[in-house]
Design a protein around this ligand. Structure first.
Ligand SMILES: [Zn+2]
Length: 82
């Protein structure tokens, strides 16, 4: 069973998932059949088309931290203002 928390994300190569809008360490994945899926359980994003660079997401969201928190949502168009 995968630990949904996992170790903290380290600075360096950081990936972001287009489907669940969460960040993970580049290289992490959840193999399903022949595909490498986003490491977050239940996410249907893969690590090919749906994996974006964290630096790319941050370019549109300069307030996001340099090193994102694992499991935290980082929407592409900013956090919703309540
Ligand atoms: Zn995902």
């Amino acid at each position: 069973m995968t630990d949904p928390k996992g170790p903290p994300i380290q600075a360096g190569d950081i990936a972001w998932c287009l489907h669940c809008e969460r960040a993970y360490q580049k290289g992490e994945s959840r193999p399903i059949r022949d595909l490498l899926m986003c490491p977050y359980p239940g996410c249907d994003g893969d690590t090919v088309l749906d994996q974006w660079k964290w630096s790319h997401v941050r370019k549109s969201n300069p307030t996001y931290p340099a090193v994102p928190v694992r499991g935290e949502l980082y929407p592409l168009y900013g956090k919703a203002k309540v």
